[in-house]
Structures are given as C-alpha cells and as structure tokens.
Design a binder for this molecule. Structure first.
Ligand SMILES: NC(=O)c1ccc[n+]([C@@H]2O[C@H](COP(=O)([O-])OP(=O)(O)OC[C@H]3O[C@@H](n4cnc5c(N)ncnc54)[C@H](OP(=O)(O)O)[C@@H]3O)[C@@H](O)[C@H]2O)c1
Length: 216
C-alpha cells in the first residue's frame, strides 16, 4: 500500500521506516520539499521511500499518518488538497503538547476536547483513528523494546478505519489481543492526557521505553 507520513521528526521517520520494512511504499511529508531529515531518510532507506511536501504526501498515500507537532497538525493538513484527504484513514499519533511555558509541557487542549477530535472536526472527509501516541516512537514500531505484555490503544468514529489500523499495527508487532479499542474518537481525551504522566514515567525510570499493561 502507498502510505503518506506527515512529519519528519523521530516519530515520522520511525513509522515510515517500519512501513517500508514490511513492504509498503512511503512518502515522508514536510513543510518544505527539501527537508534535510526527509532527504537523509530517503537516501538511507532506498527502495520504497520518497519525500515531498505535506500536500505531496497526502496526495500520495492511500492511508495517512499524522506525525507532526501538536500545534502543527491542523496547519499541516490544511496544506493538503481536500480531495487528497477525502475518504482516507488518518492515523493520528500527535499529542497536544504546549511548550510555550517551558518544561514540563502542558496540554493546549484537554478534558472536554482533544487534538484528535479537533483534527476530525477540521477535516470531516478524513477517518481519524488515534493510536500509538501513548508511547515512545521506538516502542511504537518495536513493542519488544518493553518486555512482557503491554498495550496499544485505538479509538475513532469509523469501525472499518479502526479495523484497517489494527491490521497495520499487527505488522508493527502488536498482536490483535494487545490492541485495545477504546471506542469513538472522544477517547483521545484520555490517551492524549496520559502523555503528561508518560513523561513523568520516563523521568522516574530513566528510559522512554515504558508502556501501559492493562490488568483486569
Ligand atoms: N517523540 C515521541 O516518541 C512521541 C511519542 C508519542 C507521540 N508523539 C507525538 O508525535 C508527533 C511528532 O513528534 P516528533 O517528536 O517526531 O516531532 P515534532 O518535533 O513534534 O514534530 C515534527 C514535525 O512537525 C512539523 N511541524 C512543526 N511545526 C509545524 C507547524 N507550525 N506547521 C506544520 N508542521 C509543523 C515539522 O515540519 P517540518 O518537517 O517541516 O520540520 C515536522 O515534520 C508530536 O505531536 C508528538 O507529540 C511523539
């Protein structure tokens, strides 16, 4: 499948690299057509990897990933043509982190709304599925970085899009029984808010390779 990955940071490059390694063709998207990170990723990855603007990547992908900074997510998608978003699944990995007052960051949207829902409202033609935002980018594509059983969440308003993402996650190394469907997209209020605790767990354990194991 052709996948457009919007975002050239560590998340975008980790996800794009994993997608190519499991047989997908990927275009990494950026604000500019000559982003250094993206150019390096393409030359290191080789066949199946390409790069362009956010609009190019949105047009290229049959399925899209949003791996842009929280405050850049809506602007990044606004630079795509609406017809290039129409009907596509967007896996939203972003978090609503606000660093304007320094660290630790706060959230610029929370409690009664979420970034995932803001994206869905701004682009109703997309099928937004929130996932993978509750862990470090290396764990997203290599779950065994955290020993034992642990979980990844999905939520979204379109069941078929969620099923498509669950299948993709299995290719990333997440068995179906480790994928927890939290329901509609408003569940993103919870998974996005968790990032504040997640950052503290990183500090407490001295490693970003931590994740949630749901015991019941
Ligand atoms: N790092 C992690 O392990 C981790 C884990 C979970 C979730 N997340 C979330 O995943 C997302 C990506 O994180 P990251 O660490 O890879 O990188 P990041 O630095 O948060 O985001 C980099 C991307 O955001 C784009 N961007 C920045 N400002 C923008 C703006 N004003 N308008 C449009 N685009 C803008 C950049 O565009 P250019 O390509 O043009 O520079 C770049 O592609 C974030 O929302 C983050 O909170 C990160």
């Amino acid at each position: 499948m052709r996948v457009g990955v919007l975002g050239t940071g560590s998340v975008g490059r980790s996800i794009a690299g994993k997608l190519v390694s499991i047989g997908h063709e990927v275009m990494l998207g950026s604000r500019t057509a000559d982003n250094e990170n993206a150019e390096r990723w393409v030359s290191e990855t080789g066949a199946g990897a390409s790069q362009g603007t956010f609009a190019d990547a949105a047009a290229y992908g049959e399925l899209l990933f949003n791996c842009t900074s929280g405050d850049g997510s809506v602007p990044a998608l606004q630079s795509a043509r609406p017809e290039d978003l129409a009907g596509k699944t967007l896996v939203d990995v972003s978090n609503a982190l606000d660093f304007s007052q320094g660290r630790p960051p706060s959230l610029f949207v929370c409690n009664t709304d979420s970034l995932g829902e803001q994206i869905q409202r701004a682009f109703p033609e997309l099928k937004v599925v929130k996932s993978l935002n509750t862990m470090n980018h290396e764990v997203m594509v290599e779950p065994e970085k955290v020993p034992g059983d642990h979980e990844v969440f999905v939520c979204g308003n379109d069941d078929a899009a969620k099923a498509q993402v669950v299948e993709l996650l299995q290719g990333f190394g997440w068995p179906a029984e480790r994928v927890v469907d939290l329901g509609d997209l408003s569940a993103a209020r919870g998974t996005e808010a968790y990032v504040i605790l997640w950052l503290r767990l990183w500090g407490a354990f001295g490693t970003p390779h931590v994740n949630i194991q749901v015991r019941r």
